[in-house]
Design a protein around this ligand. Structure first.
Ligand SMILES: N[C@@H](CCC(=O)N[C@@H](CS)C(=O)NCC(=O)O)C(=O)O
Length: 249
């Protein structure tokens, strides 16, 4: 924990219901037990447009502000925090290496998953077509979750043993899987339940339910009826409905 003379820390986030990158950073600062104040700018609103420029050089959230220092981009926030709170990465070198790899992989990839299954914590029973690209992303997530929880089980029950930044990076996938009915089996399934049961995930989820903003573009797959269209390269069109791409949430 920081001492009393530590500079004020602020986390700029979007709506809890929709902002998956904000969720990741929130879990990180909470894990570090860092006292912080929140600036919440709901995405796609005039408030966001009016204020984001003065807070974020990329006009995106999350942004961490510690005294005069501004840190943007979730992976950079993880590394910045980990300099003072090393427990944000696993202690074991092999686990730490794996955690960094899969965190980078999430940060740089999984675009079909992020586009085709936008996070909306409140939403349930949504159905979208499982395109070949989406199916590959889901399979890769399941593989990572199975491998991590098996290889590092000796250090703890999380993705790389002890709870770490890697769990934060994959946390929004848990809300997505719940919304779109993706139910991994075995170790990956158990890990999904563990993530959804994390106290900070429950707190975030409850706060999301209290939010009133609705971003229609992220509310896809209602009754399997939105924007149905065939996909190039689709191997499974059994699920109906595809919403608007939204990689930025
Ligand atoms: N690479 C950035 C992505 C941040 C991002 O895309 N944030 C979204 C919200 S989850 C955003 O600010 N969107 C606003 C916009 O694109 O106007 C990170 O890792 O933090």
């Amino acid at each position: 924990m920081l001492n009393a003379s530590a500079p004020a820390t602020t986390l700029v986030i979007g709506n809890r219901n929709y902002s998956s990158w904000s969720l990741r950073a929130y879990l990180m600062v909470q894990h570090c037990e860092l006292p912080w104040t929140e600036i919440r700018l709901p995405l796609d609103t005039d408030t966001f447009e009016r204020r984001i420029g003065e807070l974020s050089p990329t006009r995106r959230v999350p942004v961490l502000r510690v005294g005069p220092t501004t840190i943007w981009d979730t992976l950079a926030i993880a590394e910045y925090l980990a300099e003072r709170f090393p427990s944000l990465w696993p202690e074991d070198a092999a686990a730490r290496g794996f955690a960094r790899c899969i965190s980078a992989e999430m940060h740089a990839g999984f675009l079909p998953l992020r586009e085709q299954m936008p996070m909306s914590c409140r939403a349930r029973d949504r159905q979208v077509p499982i395109t070949a690209e989406l199916s590959a992303d889901i399979a890769r997530v399941e593989q990572i979750w199975s491998e991590g929880t098996q290889r590092f089980a000796g250090h703890g029950p999380w993705l790389c043993g002890e709870f770490s930044a890697a769990d934060c990076m994959y946390a929004p996938v848990a809300f997505r899987f719940r919304t779109y009915g993706v139910a991994p089996s075995g170790r990956a399934g158990a890990y999904l339940e563990r993530l959804l049961g994390h106290p900070e995930m429950i707190a975030w989820d409850e706060a999301a339910r209290g939010e009133s903003e609705v971003i229609e573009a992220a509310e896809v797959g209602r009754n399997g009826s939105r924007a149905r269209r065939p996909e190039v390269g689709t191997t499974d069109t059994s699920l109906a409905g595809r919403g608007d791409p939204d990689a930025n949430r």
